[in-house]
Design a protein around this ligand. Structure first.
Ligand code: AMP
Ligand code: MG
Length: 514
C-alpha cells in the first residue's frame, strides 16, 4: 500500500491541539486534536475492499505493515492521527461540542487523477471527543456500516464508503436496549473513506465559539476543494456555497426516498457538508412503504426522523447551517430566499425521480395527482416498496393484477383493496400510454430507478448472527448482491421481509447502541 503517500492537510491549514492530551475535554480555539491510537494485540482483518483501495490510490495489501495499518495496530511514522471537533443539534436541541468520539483520521490520500480521499478508522478507541464513552464499536454495528455504505454507493446514492472491516480482538460492553442489561460483544474497527468528513456541525461549532477566522478559513477550504464551480473571488461566494449545500442535501434526500432509505439520526452533526450519507447507525431500508416509519427506537414516540419527514428535517438542519454561516454572509434575506427555494427545488427533484420510478418519459403537471393516488394506495395496503416497483415493471397487458402484486403485500387484501389496486393499475397504464417512447424504453428508465436488491435490515440481522459465529457465507453473498443492486443475482433476496421478523428489534427498527 502507498502508506507513505498519506498526508495530513489539516495540520498546515487549521489550528490544532498538538499537546497529545488524551483527556476527554473541550478544545476551544482548535478544529482538531492530535490523537494517539493505542492499538489492539489480536486484531484480525475480516474483509478488505480492494476495488476502493485501488480507486483512491492506496493500492493492495502487500505486507504486515499494510495489515497493521488497516487493523490500526501499528502505524508508519508519517501517519499522524487526529480527530476533529464539531457540534450539533441532536433531536432538535443544541448539544454543544460533540466531535469525533470514535473516529480517528489517518489523513488523506491522493489518487492518480489528483483526487483526495480522507481515511478514518471508526471504533479504534477514545479521543478527546469521546464524552465518557469508550470510542469502540461492536461487530454488529460495524458490519452494518461496512455493508450498507457500500450498498448505498452501488445504488448510486452519495455516501461515505467502507474500506475494511476488522475484529479488534477485544470485548466491548454494551447495553443494547438501554435497559441495564449489559452484554460483552466482539469489538470491531471499520475504515471509512470520503472526499471529506466535514459536517454541518463543524461550522456550527466554530460559529457558536465565535471563532470567525477559522470559520472563514474552513468555508474557503470547503469551497475551494469541494465546490470548485463557485468563483472563490466572488463577493457572493458564501451565499453561493450555502445554496450549493442546500442543493446537494436535497439531492441526497431525493436519493434516499428513491431507494427507501431511512437514516434514523438526522442530527446536524450527521449532515455532511457535501451531501454524502454519513454515520450509519440505526438506519433501515423500507420493507413496507410507510412515511411514518422510523428505524430508530430512540426516535419514538415523536418519530422526528421518520422516512417521510427526512426532507423537512434536512430543511430544519439547513436553517441551523444558515445560522452558522451568518457571520460570513450577514444577509438574512438572502439566506431566507435559499431556504424558501429549497422546498420548490426539493419537490421538483423529487417528482422527477418518482416519474422515473414509474417509467414516465417526462414529468407532467398532472402527475402530482397520480402520485397522490399512489400514496393513497400505499396507505390502504401494506406494500413492499421495492417489490412493488419491480412488479410494476413486469406488468403485461393480460396480467392478473391482484395475483401479480401478491408477493408485495404484508397482509391479505380484501375486495375493496383489490378494487383500489386494479383502479390504480388501470390508471397507471393509461398514464404510461402518454409516453412517446416505447414500453421497452420506459422499462429501461424504471430499471435504472428501481433496485432489484436492497440491503434489508433482516438480511443484516441474519448476516450478523452468522458472523458472530465466524461464518461468512451470507456476508459473501450480500457483498456480491449489493454490488449489483439493479440485477437479481440471488432470487432468494427478492422477497419481502419474512413474517417471523415482523416487529423484531434489529430487523426493522434498531437502538442507537453501537
Ligand atoms: P452518533 O449519533 O452515532 O452520530 O453519535 C453522536 C456522538 O456520539 C458523536 O460525537 C460520536 O462520536 C459519539 N459517540 C457515539 N458512540 C461513541 C462511542 N462508543 N465512543 C465515543 N463516542 C461515541
Ligand atoms: Mg454521528
Amino acid at each position: 500500500m502507498n502508506l507513505d503517500k498519506i498526508t495530513q492537510r489539516y495540520f498546515n491549514l487549521f489550528p490544532g491541539d498538538f499537546s497529545g492530551n488524551p483527556m476527554q475535554r473541550q478544545t476551544p480555539n482548535f478544529l482538531f486534536a492530535q490523537t494517539e491510537i493505542y492499538g489492539y494485540k489480536k486484531a484480525q482483518l475480516l474483509h478488505f475492499n480492494q476495488n476502493l483501495s485501488e480507486e483512491i490510490g492506496l493500492g493492495k495489501i502487500e505486507n504486515q505493515e499494510d495489515t497493521d495499518f488497516v487493523n490500526a495496530t501499528n502505524l508508519p511514522e508519517n501517519i499522524k492521527t487526529y480527530s476533529t471537533a464539531y457540534a450539533g443539534h441532536q433531536f432538535g436541541q443544541w448539544a454543544g461540542q460533540l466531535g469525533d468520539g470514535r473516529a480517528i483520521y489517518a489523513g488523506e490520500i491522493k489518487n492518480s487523477e489528483g483526487k483526495f480521499t480522507e481515511i478514518q478508522w471508526k471504533g479504534a478507541g477514545a479521543t478527546p471527543y469521546s464524552r465518557h464513552a469508550d470510542g469502540r464499536a461492536v461487530l454488529r454495528s460495524s458490519i452494518r456500516e461496512y455493508l450498507m455504505s457500500e450498498a448505498m454507493f452501488h445504488l448510486g446514492v452519495p455516501t461515505t464508503r467502507a474500506l475494511s472491516l476488522s475484529l479488534s480482538g477485544e470485548k466491548v460492553a454494551r447495553d443494547i436496549m438501554y435497559n441495564g442489561n449489559v452484554d460483552f460483544e466482539q469489538g470491531a474497527v471499520v475504515i471509512r473513506t470520503s472526499e471529506t468528513f466535514l459536517r454541518f456541525g463543524h461550522f456550527e461549532l466554530l460559529a457558536a465559539r465565535n471563532e470567525i477566522d477559522t470559520l472563514q478559513k474552513l468555508t474557503d477550504f470547503t469551497i475551494e476543494n469541494y465546490y470548485p464551480e463557485i468563483d472563490k473571488n466572488s463577493g457572493n461566494k458564501y451565499i453561493e456555497f450555502y445554496k450549493k449545500v442546500s442543493e446537494k442535501t436535497a439531492e441526497m434526500i431525493v436519493e434516499w426516498l428513491r431507494v427507501g432509505f431511512t437514516h434514523g439520526v438526522m442530527n446536524t452533526d450527521n449532515m455532511s457538508i457535501i451531501g454524502n450519507t454519513i454515520d450509519y447507525g440505526p438506519f433501515s431500508m423500507l420493507d413496507e412503504y410507510d412515511l411514518n416509519f422510523t428505524s430508530n427506537t430512540t426516535d419514538l414516540p415523536n418519530k422526528r426522523y421518520a422516512f417521510g419527514k427526512q426532507a423537512h428535517i434536512a430543511h430544519w438542519n439547513m436553517i441551523q447551517l444558515a445560522n452558522a454561516l451568518f457571520p460570513l454572509i450577514k444577509d438574512e434575506a438572502a439566506l431566507e430566499n435559499v431556504l424558501v427555494d429549497y422546498s420548490e427545488m426539493f419537490w421538483k427533484k423529487h417528482d422527477e425521480m418518482m416519474a422515473k420510478k414509474f417509467g414516465f418519459e417526462k414529468l407532467e403537471r398532472y402527475d402530482a395527482d397520480f402520485f397522490t393516488s399512489w400514496q393513497k394506495l400505499m396507505e390502504e395496503i401494506s406494500t413492499d416498496y421495492t417489490l412493488f416497483f419491480n412488479q410494476l415493471e413486469t406488468l403485461q397487458e393480460d396480467t392478473n393484477i391482484p395475483e401479480h402484486f401478491k408477493k408485495c403485500f404484508y397482509q391479505n387484501i380484501n375486495s375493496n383493496q383489490e378494487t383500489l389496486l386494479i383502479e390504480f393499475v388501470e390508471n397507471y397504464k393509461q398514464r404510461l400510454s402518454y409516453n412517446q417512447i416505447s414500453r421497452d424504453e420506459s422499462k429501461k428508465i424504471m430499471q435504472k430507478a428501481n433496485p432489484k436488491f436492497v440491503l434489508r435490515n433482516y438480511l443484516l440481522f441474519e448476516c450478523i448472527a452468522e458472523m458472530e459465529e465466524g461464518k461468512t457465507e451470507l456476508f459473501d453473498k450480500l457483498w456480491l448482491a449489493l454490488q449489483n443492486p439493479y440485477e437479481e443475482i440471488y432470487p432468494e433476496f427478492s422477497v419481502k421481509r419474512p413474517e417471523k421478523y415482523e416487529g423484531v428489534v434489529g430487523c426493522s427498527s434498531l437502538s442507537c447502541s453501537s
